[in-house]
Design a protein around this ligand. Sequence first.
Ligand SMILES: [Zn+2]
Length: 299
Amino acid sequence: MRPEERCFGPIRFIPGYNGGRYPYCHSIYVEDAGVIIDPASNRERLKQLQKQDMVTMVWLSHWHEDHFRDLDLFEDKPLWMHQGDAAPLSDMSVFFDWYGLDPGDDLRSFWEPLLKTDFHFRPRTPDRFLVDGELIDLGGITAEVVHIPGHTPGQLGFYFREPGVLFMADCDLTPFGPWYGDRYSSIEETIQSINRLRQMPAKIWLTAHETGIFENMPETIWDNYLAVIDKRETALLDFLSSPKTMDEIVEQWIIYGKERKPREFYEYGERAHMQKHLERLMSAGTVIWEPESGRYRRG
Ligand SMILES: [Zn+2]
């Protein structure tokens, strides 16, 4: 079910096109204060806010393109975010580095025009860095900055204290589960951040994708979201009952369940996530890399 535009006190939830699925997200708008968070939802709606001069500044939860695609509408407004995610926004080459795409990788030339035309990439340098625990007085409403690394190093959530509304960005509680496939993503930090959000005293939970609005939160939703990580890892370990190459592991489609199109896009995600799990298993000694055979095996 696609969420609709809703208000929770002064916090307005603006649903993204495509049900808030990639390449869009849901945006959050703080009434009166004029703060727009993650402008990548509905370009027409965001243009309307801009034309009515109702936006005073932009906050970004993190550096991903499905959260900044309409940032170009607000080039004259201050941009606030966490320092940990600033580098890729200021330089497209760094942006690709952070996705783990080396210079010369075909995916770079595939993505470069898309980033410029579809995602309106313009290098931006934040005007101010937000830090964990900071309280920002937005005139009658207090935003608490919640640093939730893992998905990206500088991902931020925002807890609006008076209405008890918690925006959790890409800790999105989808059945797909969390993404931690970038160069600087971390499975451990992802788990810690989910658990931290889970313990906050919120009454309303908002996310950047899909369902978007949770007015009550059964414990099972958190459990299921975290369990995706374990399921992926268990499936990988099962598959390594005999030694496997990386290509064989990718062909197993443990993350996406089956081959998806465009293949290069999904194969990239599959490989990136499997790499993270392999690193985690290898540091625990559960999996060993055999350079002679070019295969991973159980330890
Ligand atoms: Zn993201």
